[in-house]
Design a protein around this ligand. Structure first.
Ligand code: C5P
Length: 235
């Protein structure tokens, strides 16, 4: 199974947990997501270990600061030679452009990491937009506008719900990536995710990549479950 578009969220606490998990996938080239907890706890060493194993990495640190700071942070992070990285779209077009500039300046070889933007966090809803952030447009319009800002800034795509993929692709083109969490197999516990779709539904809804955590990491047989998710999504 090469060129996987199923990104496994490595939401583990320790290096040993990650090693034990990845050991089961010997011979398999995975796409894995390293988030804030793992990166802040285990740092660069963890990224290097995963790269040595030959897996692709989505470094999910969701940068959000003034453009100059994001640019210099990205210049440093690009040196890790990860495959995908992200920012918050709410930082604005100039901040996102600065992220790309930093990645270009720090890249290893001639290819910079893909850069995608988080639109509205799925933990926000219309009530929070209206009453806490004073954003009175409908949430789906906010997502679409922020996604189009990301495209204007030269980013490669967005993190969004599979349910938003189609409208984003319709407006911004098929090549603009939608990376979608909130995936569950039909037999799973949904945990804290509010709106979930199966891998097959995500494919039909035009997700470019799916991000899958507990369905695989919490399974009794992660390798089998990964294969099932992969087949469901990529065929
Ligand atoms: O275990 P589960 O499949 O719910 O994990 C999904 C992963 O995607 C987690 O790492 C979570 O932080 C991340 N994520 C998400 N929803 C977003 C953005 C990121 O679930 N809107």
């Amino acid at each position: 199974m090469s060129d996987s578009k199923v990104c496994i969220a490595l939401d583990f606490k320790t290096k040993a947990d990650v090693e034990n998990f990845l050991k089961q996938f010997e011979g398999e080239k995975l796409y894995v997501k390293v988030g804030m907890e793992l990166f802040y706890g285990q740092g660069i060493e963890m990224v290097e270990m995963i790269k040595k194993m030959g897996h692709k990495i989505f470094l999910d640190l969701k940068l959000h600061d003034i453009p100059n700071t994001v640019k210099s942070a990205m210049r440093q992070l690009a040196k890790l030679d990860v495959d995908m990285i992200n920012v918050h779209a709410s930082g604005g077009v100039e901040m996102m452009k600065a992220a790309i500039e930093g990645l270009e300046e720090g890249k290893v070889g001639d290819k910079r990491p893909l850069c995608i933007a988080v639109t509205c966090l799925t933990s926000l809803d219309q009530d929070v937009l209206d009453n806490q952030l004073l954003i009175h447009e409908p949430l789906d319009q906010v997502v679409l506008k922020w996604a189009s800002n990301a495209k204007e800034a030269g980013l490669d795509g967005v993190v969004c719900s599979p349910l938003e993929s189609k409208i984003i692709h319709d407006h911004l083109g098929e090549d603009f990536l939608t990376v979608t969490p909130g995936i569950r197999l039909a037999t799973d516990n949904v945990n804290d995710q509010k709106r979930v779709t199966t891998p097959a539904m995500a494919r039909e809804l035009t997700s470019s990549y799916i991000v899958v955590g507990r369905t695989i990491t919490g399974s009794n047989n992660p390798v089998e479950t990964y294969k099932k998710v992969y087949q469901d999504f990529q065929g």
